[in-house]
Design a protein around this ligand. Structure first.
Ligand code: NAD
Length: 297
């Protein structure tokens, strides 16, 4: 194995420490405590785990954490009323509605009801538009985490060829916008891309956000390239039980790449760290205070 392993878990811990230090300074100098409200509708087990861990890490960073757990049968009108209440609450700077929502709700309508300044997931159509036009916005947490890892590992990304595999609104598209913002030459590949291995072979930076276990092979990777693996897939182990793997075949990619994120312990821990960073940023913006350095795009 030749590649450097990018330690996302360790880097996420330093991001959380920076956030906590900034929060302590906000409290000391301005009497302000950033507040994050997480809304969970229904009882999806994976969502419950995410929400618990978001709440715990928010409190550990010294911020206020509020959880609203609503019954799966809650009406869309009641959810919209709660969002309106949180939009008006000056102690809440970030609002996150955990997805997916139950089928009777219109996800786009709900997300676009959040005040864009409090939209710490960066999914509101205004934030999507601001990011797409290179203006200050709230940036989706997972791609922001990938960008931080890339900047930390490579320094300037200017002029590098980047291939993002996956065109979802949550990861692929905002990732491509962020890389463009850092002056990469960006290709977005997807399920209809012709000759994906050949496209990936051009890349200095490969971001895999596909949801297909171990799809990206070492033979596709340009020697020395940086591989950021967003995928989280659970597969059966030959000896029984399961394990988590990414969208890249780690062993073969690590033979050729210059650096690679592992799964678990790579991009995953960066997502919640960036949620905390976004909540802090939203609080600073709401109070016309300088934004924390190195925690935004
Ligand atoms: P998605 O299903 O919304 O999008 C997947 C994309 O992959 C689509 O755009 C599709 O065109 C593309 N695709 C599918 N098959 C392909 C193929 N054979 N070749 C090329 N492209 C193909 O998924 P998503 O929400 O973007 O998530 C992608 C992965 O990232 C999943 O494994 C998910 O669990 C993981 N994820 C991780 C985090 C994190 O915190 N680390 C956050 C979000 C998503």
């Amino acid at each position: 194995m030749g590649a450097t392993i990018i330690d996302g878990k360790g880097f996420a811990a330093t991001v959380r420490e920076k956030v906590a230090a900034h929060v302590a300074a906000l409290q000391r100098d301005h009497g302000l405590t950033p507040g994050l409200a997480v809304v969970l509708v229904g009882e999806d087990p994976a969502s419950q785990v995410y929400v618990r861990s978001k709440g715990k890490q928010t409190v550990e960073a010294g911020m206020k954490s509020v959880e609203h757990k609503l019954d799966a049968a809650t009406s869309e009108a009641d959810l919209l009323a709660l969002i309106a209440q949180l939009n008006a609450d000056p102690t809440i700077h970030g609002i996150l509605v955990q997805l997916p929502l139950p089928k009777h709700m219109n996800e786009a309508l709900v997300i676009n009801a959040i005040d864009p300044a409090k939209d710490v997931d960066g999914f509101h159509i205004s934030n999507v538009g601001l990011l797409g036009t290179g203006q200050k916005s709230m940036v989706p947490c997972t791609p922001l985490g990938c960008l931080m890892l890339l900047r930390d590992h490579l320094g300037s990304l200017s002029g590098l060829d980047a291939v993002v595999i996956g065109r979802s609104n949550i990861v692929g598209k905002p990732m491509a916008q962020l890389l463009l913002g850092d002056s990469c030459t960006v290709t977005i590949a997807h399920s209809r891309t012709r000759d994906l291995p050949e496209v990936v072979r051009r890349a200095d930076i490969v971001v895999a956000a596909v949801g297909r276990p171990q799809m990206v092979q070492g033979s596709w990777i340009k020697p020395g390239a940086t591989v950021i693996d967003v995928g989280i897939n659970r597969i059966e182990k030959p000896e029984g039980g399961t394990r988590l793997v990414g969208d890249a075949d780690f062993d073969s990619c690590a033979e050729v790449a210059g650096a690679i994120t592992p799964v678990p312990g790579g991009v995953g821990p960066m997502t919640i760290a960036c949620l905390l960073a976004n909540t802090l940023t939203a609080c600073c913006r709401a109070n016309d205070l300088p934004e924390p350095e190195g925690l935004t795009a």
